[in-house]
Structure formats: C-alpha cells, structure tokens
Design a protein around this ligand. Structure first.
Ligand SMILES: [Zn+2]
Length: 206
C-alpha cells in the first residue's frame, strides 16, 4: 500500500498537518472542503473570496490526495455564491466526472444551470436538464428543499405557461412537506436562484 506524502494546507490558518479526508481544520475549524452549501453561504463575502483564492492555489494538493472531486465541488459552490454560474456549472461538471457521490453537487448544479433567471425565462432544454440533476440528488438523498425546488421548477415553467408538468406537482409538494423545509433552506436556495418563492407554493407547506 502506498501513502501520498502531499500535505494539504488549511485555507484559513495555513496549518499543514491536515490529513486527506478531513473536512474541517482541527485548529481553526475552517472548512477544508465545502461539501454542504450552507457552510459557504454563512461565510461573509471577503471570507469566501479569500477561500476561493486559497482553494485554487492548492489544487495540486487536493488532486494528489485523491480529492479532486471535493476540490471541484468546493470551487463550484464558491463560484455559485459569487454569482458566477457558468464557472460553477463547469466545476460541478468536473466534480461529477470525478465520480463524487454528494447530492449537494447535483442539486446545486441544477440551481446554477438556471443562471440566476427564473425557470419561466429559461429554455425547456435547460429546465429539463436542471430538473434531471435535482432528480439525481433526490435519488441520493430525500430532502424537503430538493422536493420543493423541483416543485418550483415545474410550477414556474409548466404551470405558469399552462403546460402539463412531466410529473404531478402535488407529489413534489407533499414530499416537501413530509421531509420538511426550513426558512433558512428557502432563503439560501431562492437567493442563489435570484427568484422569489411563490406564495401559492409556500401555502402548500403549511
Ligand atoms: Zn485552519
């Protein structure tokens, strides 16, 4: 068995005694990889800009530690937070190609594909593609916000255009209610989509 000798560096405190596979720095508790979007969403803008720069400067360390997928995923989430949706999509794509098994990667890929425009204003191809990624995320983990976002895609693209949605809207909404959606989830996801939560859908969660 061979061991990699490369050492990862904490993007925040520059600690170098980090082992591959660690998600958080054991000194300063900073995220070494962003596996969950909420961890980057709560950083202030200077912090995640700095995080992005440091992340990029340690790309080779991540790659040589077999963490290339985590690296691209972290970068994708940073780009999404910075509002650069096309770079986010290309990083998430690379994370997917590396075989990452993180539902957040697929979910936020779907979000980034909409390019900060409501589904209504996107092409059918884009909406269908984004919806497929959300379905993939749901196959990996059932989360209320994933169901609710799928319901929003269908509502805004199909229902608002008087078209029949590919799947029953109610099914998504019932599951959203069953698995639970927090105010925080809604704020974070709709903020990244640059969209307003429709009241008609919000009422269905009560
Ligand atoms: Zn640290």
């Amino acid at each position: 068995m061979s061991y990699s000798v490369s050492i990862l560096e904490c993007p925040n405190c520059a600690a170098t005694d980090i082992r591959p596979g660690q998600s958080f720095c054991h000194w300063c508790r900073s995220a070494l990889i962003i596996s969950d979007f909420s961890s980057i969403y709560s950083m202030d803008s200077d912090t995640y800009q700095e995080y992005a720069n440091k992340l990029k400067s340690s790309e080779n360390n991540y790659a040589s530690n077999g963490m290339h997928g985590d690296y691209e995923n972290s970068l994708g989430m940073t780009y999404l937070k910075l509002g650069n949706t096309s770079l986010a999509v290309s990083s998430f794509q690379k994370a997917v190609e590396s075989g990452i098994q993180n539902p957040e990667t697929y979910f936020y890929m779907g979000i980034a594909m909409l390019d900060r425009k409501r589904p209504f204003l996107n092409s059918k191809n884009t909406v269908t593609g984004a919806m497929n990624y959300i379905e993939t995320a749901l196959n990996m983990e059932k989360k209320g916000i994933y169901y609710f976002t799928a319901a929003f895609f269908e509502y805004d693209f199909y229902v608002m255009k008087h078209l029949r949605p590919p799947k029953p809207l109610n099914e998504y909404l019932e599951n959203a209610k069953k698995f639970g959606v927090t105010q925080n989830d809604l704020k974070m996801v709709f903020d990244m989509m640059n969209c307003t939560v429709p009241n008609e859908l919000l009422m269905q969660l009560k």
